[in-house]
Write a protein that binds this ligand. Structure first.
Ligand code: OGA
Ligand code: NI
Length: 371
């Protein structure tokens, strides 16, 4: 028989309870929204985060710093303007890993309808959502709360609908009825914007405009429709723990509520909502192939008691079917003085490794691929 000290026993009981409570939450298949609808007035303990992770989460962030805003108007017809934009994109991607784009070509009506679609999905009856409930990431459509529920200590105050939109387009019937049409329309436009962004990023690296597109960085798209229910105790939990994105590039649509923060010079800086704008951030795979020229920055979402908050994270990477293509630092970017910093990997290998290690504590999966 094993003998435990009291502390160990206590720790084990806590761990056991935590797992059991997480399992009960998972099996409800109703997400955080289900808890809120049931009328809870306190955050259940599986969501209560460590004070150090919550630090400065509610204090408004340093007003000296603002994520750069890049105006994409006229970049096709005005070569000198394009050059300026390429410089702005380069500078933002090297330092912040984040920028916002305006005049990106996607009408505000489409953005608004997309956010309405996110709200419609998460606010419909539990039965309709349950049909999509899954933790299997090889499926093309999955609804769940906390993809890493069993890996983290504290769960996040967030529900997600995950849909693979490209390269193999889903039929409208395979997507949830309340948001399928707008997801298809929005995705088509985000793919076009993606082409423009990868051209600008290629030029910013001193490569031919088609370089990143030819590497198939813009080929796959996954939409994550995120829903952050209003939280009764936003000082105790996070909407999304600190993390980097595992993809090449993310285009993020957020509503007016706010709460997204990026880690810049070791401070959490608000990425404030700008009406009509889209946020763009560099993912780990682009940091890897750019040999650390571009930076995949940590970011998080604080919980709020004004919500719900809706957002759509558009991940450029090929999730399914898995591609055998190998990605390593781009040859044109390496030299004797600048040797490759990473080994080659497939998207599948990188993302699996990333997910297996997604503990919500900010450790970067990229480290494991360093040479
Ligand atoms: C993400 C993410 C931010 C948000 O899905 O990776 O960082 O505002 N989302 O929902
Ligand atoms: Ni993210």
């Amino acid at each position: 028989m094993e003998v435990f000290s009291r502390d160990e026993a206590h720790e084990k009981t806590q761990k056991y309870d935590r797992m059991r409570e997480k399992k009960a939450f998972d099996e409800s298949m109703a997400g955080v929204k289900g808890l809120v609808d049931a009328g809870i007035t306190e955050v259940p303990r599986i969501f209560v985060d460590h004070p150090e992770n919550l630090q400065s989460a509610l204090a408004s962030s340093n007003g000296h710093f603002h994520v750069p805003i890049v105006d994409l108007a006229d970049i096709v017809k005005d070569p000198s303007r394009r050059k300026e934009v390429v410089n702005e994109v380069r500078s933002a991607s090297k330092t912040w890993g984040f920028f916002q784009v305006v005049n990106h070509g996607i009408p505000t009506t489409v953005l608004e309808e997309m956010l309405d679609g996110v709200r419609r999905f998460h606010e419909q009856g539990a039965e309709e959502k349950r049909r999509f409930y899954s933790r299997d990431f090889t499926t093309s459509v999955a609804y769940h709360s906390n993809f890493n529920l069993y890996k983290t200590e504290a769960a996040n105050w967030r529900d997600t609908l995950f849909c693979v939109m490209a390269p193999n387009a889903l039929e409208a019937e395979e997507l949830p009825a309340v948001c399928g049409d707008i997801m298809l329309e929005f995705s088509k436009r985000v793919m076009n914007l993606g082409t423009t962004l990868f051209e600008l990023l290629s030029e910013a690296l001193g490569l031919k405009p088609n370089h990143l597109k030819d590497m198939e960085c813009a080929k796959g798209l996954v939409l994550l429709n995120q829903y952050y229910s209003k939280c009764p105790q936003p000082e105790l939990t996070l909407g999304t723990s600190r993390h980097t994105d595992s993809d090449f590039l993310t285009v993020l649509l957020q509503d007016h509520v706010g709460g997204l923060q990026v880690l810049y010079q070791n401070q959490w800086i608000d990425v404030s909502p700008v009406p009509g704008a889209l946020i763009v951030n560099i993912g780990d795979l682009l940091q890897l192939i750019s040999n650390d020229i571009f930076k995949s920055s940590e970011h998080r979402v604080v919980a709020n008691n004004m919500g719900p908050r809706a957002s759509v994270a558009c991940f450029f990477y090929t999730a399914t079917p898995p591609s055998p293509k190998l990605y390593g630092p781009i040859k044109e970017l390496i030299s004797e003085g600048d040797p490759p910093k990473y080994r080659e990997t497939t998207i599948m290998e990188y993302v699996s490794h990333f997910s297996a290690n997604a503990k919500g504590d900010g450790t970067s999966a990229l480290q494991q691929f360093k040479l």
